[in-house]
Design a protein around this ligand. Structure first.
Ligand SMILES: [Zn+2]
Length: 62
């Protein structure tokens, strides 16, 4: 599986699917981030990119 943000090849355990993101983050601002919104059922995002999205959203909130 390739991360939809950085395009790097990742193993299953290294990625978040759309469903995991919605289940694991109760944060609508994270879920509405452009990188997350463009994800479909089949796309995944790696932990590093997910963390950057969360950091970015938290910074924008300040
Ligand atoms: Zn990535």
């Amino acid at each position: 599986m390739d991360c939809t943000v950085c395009s790097k090849k990742k193993e299953d355990f290294e990625v978040w699917s759309n469903k995991i993101i919605i289940a694991a983050t109760y944060d609508s601002e994270v879920q509405n981030h452009k990188s997350i919104r463009k994800m479909t059922e089949t796309l995944v995002i790696c932990h590093n990119c997910m963390q950057s999205v969360i950091n970015k959203v938290n910074e924008d909130r300040k």
